[in-house]
Design a binder for this molecule. Sequence first.
Ligand SMILES: [Fe+2]
Length: 523
Amino acid sequence: MARKYSFLFVFSLLALSLVGVPIAGWNSAVLDDQLETQVIEAEGAFPRGPTVHMVNKTAAMIYWKTDTDTNAIVNYGNAADNLDSSVENSTLSTEHRVWIDGLTAGTTVYYEAVSDGTASEVYHFKTEPEDGSPFKLIALGDPQPIADIEPEQSEIFKEFMMMVRDEEPHLIIILGDYVHELSDTDESYNDLCWNNFLDASETAGHYAPIYGVIGNHDTMSGDRYADGFLSAFQQHGGDSTYFSFDYAGVHFTFLDSEMPEYQGRIAGAQYDWLVDDLENTDKEIKYVVVHQPMYPVSARRSSLDRNRTERDRLQNLFEEHNVTAFLAGHDHVFQRITVNEVIHVTSAGAGPKLYHTPWGGDFNHYTRWNVSSVRIEMECIKPDGQVAETYTLPYEGHIEIVLRRCFNTSAGQPDEAPLILFSEVPEEEYYSWDGGANSTDLGTFPDTNGLHTLDVYAKGSDGVWNHKYYEFDTVGGEETDTDTDTTTTPPPTGINPLLITGVIGVAVVIVIIVVYRMKAGST
Ligand SMILES: [Fe+2]
């Protein structure tokens, strides 16, 4: 019996030795499969992240969550297979914020997060470039789902976040309204809303820091109005919903238009802070970012234009401090207007809810900004990747004239002038109601019902005149921007010095001809 088992043992050893190589290969393959399985499980093992935040020239914060209390390690380096630096936080937690440093400006950093031996996939991000060097910013707004699909996020927003990831931007800004409607009592429902947003956004958030402003849909009532927003975003400001930071020589100021006591306004202590913030920066390029726009086309009087005195105060402040661009969401369109050299861009088309206006812009989109100290190029990108609009600084076009508000009264007795804006302070400007005499004052509607027309003429700093023509129905209809002539044209008769010169010139020629004929007749 013993000899029988000895024989079987020896035979087994011999068999194993004969097939040793294939077995070793099989074992290796099994191990590889097990490792791959472990990595896949590791990705699923992190309920959130890892995502990258607050990237600067030399440091960044990596954030992730685990289901149980674990340690936290970030391995990082200059290539996916060379994660030669490491930072560990041995404090056990389910929420991990690990700062990595020693980075180099304008480079790509690869990283993985590790908790209790489980590693994430290796991701990468770009560090802040040196001041004045080019960088790419993506801005998009209002991904909020419609009521039919909430708390799920829309396919269009998920698609956009994949497109944004593939853009490989340095920075991403989302302009508010991430969720549709939060509960004041059901925390688990709110968590579901925020988690669905974060699941979609971290597609890009693995690879670039996402900054955000709070939107009106992201609030709860009372003092806790911003709790969900503050938990969802890992960014500068800590517990404050307004903050600023510098990036590659550009100053970014983020504001909160949803404070319970000041909703739809930038006022109180925040306004005082904003004045200080703009006074104390020496950066030539300045972005101000907030949810509600100042010159909405659709959500009129339900944006920062509710209080027009404060809106104008804000615009004056931006002009005084040469703010470059004002980014907002809330009005579910794309629009770009320039008011006295401050660019206002509303990018609120990252979700399924769009507003339809006579001016268009009601399409899904995000905006791409290539920024450097000498040139800024903004492009509006549609879901198919097509560029819907491009705008470049330094601006080289002629003065622009836009209409952004007109309130008719149903009684047909208008009491308010339309709001006419110019891309720069005009050298000269004239208005003409119903083809009447030109005036340097806009004035209010003619005091009769029916269709009225308004011609606006403006001369820019390049000496070129622009002309726009509008029609208004003062018995309650929407105004229309007929926009008959946006090319450079002489200003109206009787006003235009060039025209006057021309008329005088013609008169002189006629006199010369008459005198010549008289002379000819007398000879
Ligand atoms: Fe909104």
